[in-house]
Design a protein around this ligand. Structure first.
Ligand SMILES: Cc1ncc(C[n+]2csc(CCOP(=O)(O)OP(=O)(O)O)c2C)c(N)n1
Ligand SMILES: [Mg+2]
Length: 286
């Protein structure tokens, strides 16, 4: 990975603002989907598609690509919007989100869209898939890396912890796990539904190297990824503290926005706010 210079960082922040607007436009058009998690993960997807991943958008099945596994598949609008911005497919397709026969299903389906690695939606499976892939890559001495985004809600699935045991046993240093620590899930705050803290200690007890970062700060996230790549004796898990609904004031930190989209006045307000944010970021950079 190249160093992240200030000029590049500014470009990434501008892209993230464009992607946020695209996400909300898609969700409004589809009139269903997951707003909070998608907006919360926008900066991380931007960092992946425009700085971290070794990939070829015009040749999505290139065998040397890094594999980005998205376990919490319901936030795929953020991934789709970032992929379109990166040139995987035309932006006009974004308007087909969740439509019958669209490549952009409500949960990712790789046989419909090249560039996705796995089908996801049933929570808890992606961590196992990523660990298996990384184990196979190690046996093959493959040069590419595996990255796995999972959610804090998925830490209530036993399967996630089984996969972490496996990853630690085989010292999968070619795999970096990223937890979207946004403190919300479908029906409330994680700490009310099923407390997860002290999370870093739990991961350390599972023989993981743990990094923590602000998941809506691209520089902080990229730095955490860089540190993770220097760890050779253990797999790394990054706890990325994100703000669900980031960018739309009335959505931020509200679990009620887990799985709904804005309609009517709310839709107008959300779009206005994201457009203003986009303009502000651009003018600050000039
Ligand atoms: C195995 C499984 N159980 C339940 C669901 C329904 N479900 C979808 S998202 C979700 C909440 C998960 O929490 P999190 O991913 O942290 O949500 P977010 O932060 O995006 O609001 C639930 C229970 C599912 N998709 N899969
Ligand atoms: Mg969550």
């Amino acid at each position: 990975m190249h160093p992240l210079h200030d000029d590049k960082l500014k470009k990434l922040e501008e892209r993230a603002a464009v992607i946020r607007e695209d996400i909300i436009k898609m969700l409004i058009t589809a009139s269903s989907g997951h707003s909070a998690g998608s907006l919360g993960l926008t900066d991380i997807f931007t960092a992946f598609y425009f700085h971290i991943l070794n990939h070829k958008p015009k040749n999505p099945n290139w065998s040397g690509r890094d594999r980005l596994i998205l376990s919490n598949g319901h936030v795929c609008p953020a991934r789709y919007a970032a992929m379109a911005e990166a040139g995987y497919f035309s932006k006009t397709k974004l308007a087909t989100l969740r439509k019958l026969d669209s490549p952009l299903q409500g949960h990712p389906e790789p046989h419909r869209l090249a560039g996705l690695e796995t089908t996801s939606g049933p929570l808890g499976e992606g961590t196992s898939q990523a660990a298996g892939l990384a184990y196979a890559a190690k046996i093959d001495k493959a040069p590419w890396r595996v990255y796995c985004i999972l959610s804090d809600g998925e830490l209530q699935e036993g399967q996630t912890w089984e996969a972490l045991l496996f990853a630690a046993k085989y010292k999968l240093n070619n795999c970096t796990f990223i937890v979207d620590r946004n403190n919300i899930q479908i029906e409330g705050r994680t700490e009310d539904v099923m407390p997860l803290e002290p999370l870093a200690k739990k991961f350390r007890a599972f023989n993981f190297h743990v990094e923590e970062c602000a998941g809506n700060d691209i520089r902080d996230f990229v730095n955490a990824i860089e540190r993770a790549q220097e760890i050779t004796e253990q797999p790394t898990i990054i706890i990325a503290y994100t703000i669900p609904g980031r960018g739309v004031d009335f959505m931020e930190n509200k679990f009620e926005w887990h799985g709904k989209t804005p309609v009517g006045l709310e839709a107008k307000l959300a779009l206005n706010e994201l457009r203003t944010l986009k303009g502000k970021i651009k003018s600050e950079h000039e």
